[in-house]
Write a protein that binds this ligand. Structure first.
Ligand SMILES: Nc1ncnc2c1ncn2[C@@H]1O[C@H](COP(=O)(O)OP(=O)(O)OP(=O)(O)O)[C@@H](O)[C@H]1O
Ligand SMILES: [Mg+2]
Length: 267
């Protein structure tokens, strides 16, 4: 069964990420973003890059040039290296992505502005976000630094906590890092906002004045520590518990029963 992507919620953390990405893009710095698994780093990056829209356009670059000619908001590329990426493949992929973006933003490969990309300076790429940057070993990081030095774009590396310490071992790359940003889990207040949306999807309203609701929110916070992925998974179980038992109220007991059927790794 195909999983439907949940609606993207503009959280405070996403706003902070946007400010951070804007700063890296405008100042053409390398920025480092780290955070626990499941807090929402990838989704924020996809949203910033408008990747759901841009990625299919990039793959159609041959068939329709200039499809994004007036789209000044398509300036960011997202790249996720494979586990076994070599510096050669990394370089080829990044140059190609930059070229495709130039082609869809101009009249095609023969447009002189698009050709600039062939010389290593994709004029339309203002920011490159590299997700899962923990996968890059020394040669890959060196290659990325070289790509950055040859271009006029900002770069963001997204990784797990600890990546900032690991990268400190590469002085050349590290000295180019302008911003370090921690992507945090949801605060208790924001969790309530997110849960309101979840409650609504099953036709219920959540009220901070209602004791049962407050208790249920507290239980979700205790179980998930505000981790978006866990909230999502816990809620799927909550829906199941409601259905099986024919319940119409999400109480602390419902949340705790849902939690029992969930495998929660140590985060
Ligand atoms: N802003 C958001 N709105 C709605 N759902 C979100 C949002 N952010 C995250 N989620 C939910 O949390 C899940 C995990 O998010 P995401 O994959 O972005 O985390 P991550 O920080 O990249 O994790 P990892 O380090 O494991 O790659 C998403 O699949 C989605 O269900
Ligand atoms: Mg991710």
């Amino acid at each position: 069964m195909a999983l439907e992507r949940p609606q993207f919620l503009t959280t405070k953390e996403h706003r902070r990420f946007t400010e951070f990405a804007d700063a890296c893009r405008h100042d053409r710095y390398i920025g480092l973003c780290y955070g626990q698994p499941g807090v929402g780093k990838t989704l924020s990056a996809r949203q910033y890059a408008r990747w759901d829209e841009l990625e299919p356009m990039l793959s159609r670059w041959r068939s329709s040039y200039a499809q994004a000619r007036d789209r000044d908001d398509l300036h960011t590329l997202l790249y996720t290296p494979t586990l076994s990426v070599t510096p050669g493949v990394l370089s080829k992929d990044l140059v190609a992505l930059g070229q495709y973006l130039s082609v869809i933003r101009t009249a095609g490969p023969s447009d002189p502005r698009a050709c600039g990309a062939a010389h290593g300076s994709p004029p339309y790429t203002e920011l490159l976000i590299v997700d899962e940057a923990d996968r890059l070993k020394t040669p890959g990081l060196e290659q990325l630094r070289d790509h950055y030095d040859r271009s006029q774009m900002g770069v963001i590396l997204i990784g797990m906590p600890g990546i900032e310490k690991r990268l400190a071992r590469y002085p050349q790359l590290y000295s180019r890092i302008g911003f370090v940003h921690e992507y945090r889990p949801l605060s208790a207040g924001e969790l309530a906002f997110v849960l309101q949306r979840h409650w609504a999807t099953v036709g219920l309203t959540l009220s901070a004045d209602d004791f049962t609701d407050t208790e249920a929110i507290a239980a979700v916070h205790r179980i998930t520590s505000g981790n978006f992925r866990l909230v999502q998974r816990l809620f799927a179980q909550i829906t199941r518990v409601l259905e099986i038992n024919g319940l119409t109220v999400i109480s602390r007991e419902v949340v705790e029963t849902a939690r029992e059927s969930l495998v929660i790794g140590t985060l």
